[in-house]
Design a protein around this ligand. Structure first.
Ligand SMILES: [Zn+2]
Length: 130
């Protein structure tokens, strides 16, 4: 990977970092207490709780990406030659993949293995039992 390519990814990562840190945590609407709504309909409370659950779930996901962005930026700074290489197998990560997600640390194959459910025997098809 050339210095210019690394710089391009660094800029992308910095932009992502700014976006994530500015937007996170996702805005959680406080329970409505303004006068116009006080004593309003009873359906409102469960909806708010649902919205908060969704917002906090989104925050967790954004935290995960943010950590990866920080890690990738650190890699670009401390060990730039390893940026763009899979941390698992050492292969180059596909340029299109880095383009879309410059913070990824694994190639498609290794990421797929990591995402695969672990443990337990592989589920057999019903027809496997005789
Ligand atoms: Zn790999």
């Amino acid at each position: 990977m050339t210095e210019a390519q690394r710089e391009k990814y660094r800029q992308k990562l910095l932009a992502l970092h700014a976006e994530l840190t500015e937007k996170a945590p996702a805005k959680i609407e406080p329970n409505r207490t303004d006068e116009a709504r006080v004593g309003g309909d009873e359906d409102e409370q469960p909806l708010n709780e649902m919205m908060q659950a969704i917002a906090s779930k989104r925050n967790r996901n954004m935290d995960g990406v943010l950590q990866l962005v920080v890690k990738a930026l650190g890699k670009l700074r401390d060990d730039p030659d390893s940026f763009g290489e899979c941390e698992e197998c050492g292969d180059d990560i596909a340029p299109g993949r880095l383009e879309a997600m410059p913070y990824v640390g694994f190639c498609v194959n290794c990421q797929g293995q990591k995402d695969a459910p672990k443990g337990g025997p592989t589920r057999r098809k019903l027809t496997d039992y005789t």
